[in-house]
Design a protein. Structure first.
Length: 116
């Protein structure tokens, strides 16, 4: 048998809590359980609502990832492409073996960067 406990809050807080429950289409019980689970999993501090927003953190990570990929493109991929074009323009079409080596290296870079 489940035992239930009572939580005392101000009337204004309770009214806001009920509005939140309705907006999420949850019962009061389901909302409090979801809140407890959210704070447990996210490790967010409910006393400080101005802490890092997960969406902002994801956006920052995305910007860092794009910057990293652009840097790899400048340092690795563009020089590799330029070398291939230089070989093709000075020696004619590259040999099949040269293309296999380049293809193998590009695959390794893509795998390393986890690009699909």
């Amino acid at each position: 048998m489940n035992k239930y406990k009572t939580i005392s809050v101000s009337e204004d807080t309770f009214n806001e809590f009920e509005r939140m429950a309705k907006s999420y289409k949850l019962t009061n019980k389901a909302l409090i359980e979801a809140m407890v689970m959210y704070f447990k999993v996210s490790k967010a501090d409910p006393r400080n609502p101005e802490t890092d927003n997960p969406t902002d953190a994801i956006k920052a990570l995305d910007r860092r990832l794009v910057t990293f990929i652009k840097e790899q493109e400048k340092k690795l991929l563009i020089p590799m492409k330029d070398a291939i074009f230089e070989i093709a323009s000075t020696e004619g079409m590259p040999r099949r073996e040269d293309l296999r080596i380049v293809n193998s290296n590009v695959k390794k870079i893509i795998t390393h960067l986890n690009i699909k």
